[in-house]
Design a binder for this molecule. Structure first.
Ligand SMILES: *Cc1c(COP(=O)(O)O)cnc(C)c1O
Length: 482
């Protein structure tokens, strides 16, 4: 929460929670960090948690649970069908979205699998403000193509636009006209646009997209995985939302969109996912997929304890004291980095801070994966694990040519309610060191390249010997300190 500090220079975000369970962290010496990142094939996904000081890989499934969530887990009603636990989830979804029907799934991409199977026919297109990795993989697997219509401002790294995730509405209309509505499987609005820096979509834009879909008879789908950050930004950046309650915003959206799905690894501070809709016929049309892919209709692949924690977490996603913590810590980190002169995506979004690696290592070309290289450098510098969100996270074209990312980003995710502000300051300090030593950073090349979702398990090696040089420079600058 943002409270006013008596001494202006003390102004920091203030947590509206206290820590009651802790986990010990390790900070390895730089020589071991160098070994660890090389053993991981320079892929931060392949690092071991034991070797990491700050895990900023993702905000997925790593958010701290509240006392109420862990307490709720003890109430879990274990039964294959008809459990009380599921009824509590239904009640929570009703409270948050105002919808009566839901289909549980084990995580967000499971919902995407089902939506793609049900609605995407070969040759069709799925229109979105921006793709998400797993969404695109499911749409293309079903023979569809993804079309991205984020407004131009969304791809400008430095901007003061409050809603960089917005659709270009004119382009949406003309694209639908161009393909014909029957060729459009659905239009998907991604709240808190993940891959372009956790940038929010305005309420006005989301509602306009739903209206356009309605006019053309096209299905509108809201990916609400990052909706809690997005709602925080609507409340703090969009005039029409200032005096609305969070609940009113969620309900207004759910009343307009045909389908909503979410990953509870994000929305709900837990694990799991669900599809919901105000339209019972739509839910019914998807029902058969749940027992096929997920599990029975009252658990959908989630264990009952997780369902209890999701239910409780969904109520917490209405609470501004809770949903402000992530965005405010991110804003703090972004400001520190910006003050140091580090190129970072602005304005600060949800999810995490995003380093603009094309500007950090301009001499490393897309074909040598600049964002992955900066990610390896930051791990060597501080035991901090970020996630590459650039060319390495793209998929090659069917003919094997590389698809270069529009933005070469290193994402430093901010798991919700997890880090202290001193850890955030440490992160900013080590990024600053990487920035000051950026001339030492070189490129990477594949040693093992999987054909799909290569960023998850592909391996790379340094081109030349820049990583040893970087580690030696660290030792020079930091003496025998870690
Ligand atoms: C994480 C995420 C997903 C996928 O959710 P999982 O639970 O990780 O499968 C889908 N969409 C968005 C916007 C996400 O951030």
């Amino acid at each position: 929460m943002s409270v006013k500090f008596y001494r202006e220079e003390h102004q920091v975000p203030l947590e509206m929670h206290k820590v009651r369970v802790v986990q010990k962290l390790n900070l390895l010496p730089v020589e071991e960090r160098l070994k660890a990142i090389q053993a991981a094939g320079n892929n931060t996904f392949l690092l071991q948690n034991h070797d990491i000081y700050m895990d900023m890989l993702t905000d997925s499934g790593v958010n701290a649970m509240s006392d109420r969530q862990t307490a709720a887990m003890h109430l879990a009603d274990d039964s294959y069908a008809g459990s009380e636990t599921f009824n509590r989830l239904k009640k929570a979804v009703k409270a948050v979205f105002g919808t009566d029907d839901l289909l549980p799934a084990h995580q967000g991409r499971a919902c995407e699998n089902i939506l793609a199977e049900a609605f995407v026919k070969p040759g069709q297109v799925a229109i979105m403000n921006f793709h998400f990795t797993t969404t695109k993989a499911h749409v293309t697997r079903c023979g569809g193509d993804v079309i991205e219509l984020v407004a131009k401002k969304g791809l400008e790294p430095q901007s003061d636009d409050p809603f960089k995730g917005d659709f270009d509405l004119d382009l949406l209309r003309s694209t639908i006209e161009q393909y014909g509505p029957e060729k459009v499987a659905f239009v998907r609005v991604e709240a808190g646009t993940n891959l372009i820096g956790g940038q929010p979509v305005s309420l006005a834009n989301m509602l306009a997209v739903a209206d356009i879909c309605h006019d053309y008879g096209i299905l509108s789908v809201l990916d609400a995985s990052l909706l809690q950050d997005n709602v925080y930004f609507m409340k703090t950046r969009e005039a029409q939302c200032k005096y609305m309650t969070t609940k009113e915003i969620y309900h207004l959206l759910a009343g307009k969109m045909d389908l909503i799905y979410f990953s509870s690894r994000k929305l709900g501070f837990a694990r799991g996912g669900a599809i919901t809709s105000r339209n019972p016929a739509l839910i019914k049309s998807l029902m058969e997929y749940i027992p096929l892919y997920e599990g029975f209709l009252t658990y959908g692949g989630m264990d009952v304890r997780s369902i209890e924690s999701v239910a409780e977490g969904l109520y917490e996603s209405l609470d501004m004291d809770y949903i402000s913590q992530g965005p405010e810590f991110i804003a703090y980190l972004v400001k520190e980095l910006d003050d140091y002169g580090v190129p970072v995506i602005k304005p600060a979004g949800g999810l995490g801070a995003h380093l603009n690696c094309s500007e950090i290592v301009p001499e490393v070309p897309h074909s040598q994966y600049p964002a992955a290289a900066v990610g390896a450098a930051l791990y060597i510098a501080g035991g901090i694990r970020g996630m590459e969100r650039g060319t390495m996270s793209e998929q090659r074209e069917p003919d094997g040519t590389e698809r270069y990312a529009e933005l070469e980003l290193l994402r430093l995710a901010m798991p919700r309610r997890v880090f202290t502000l001193s850890q955030v300051k440490y992160c900013a300090d080590r990024v600053k060191w990487v920035w000051d030593n950026r001339h030492l950073i070189g490129g990477l090349q594949w040693t093992e390249e999987p054909s799909v979702l290569r960023f998850f398990f592909g391996r790379m090696k340094e081109i030349g010997h820049w990583q040893e040089d970087l580690a030696s420079k660290f030792r020079e600058d930091f003496g025998d300190s870690l």
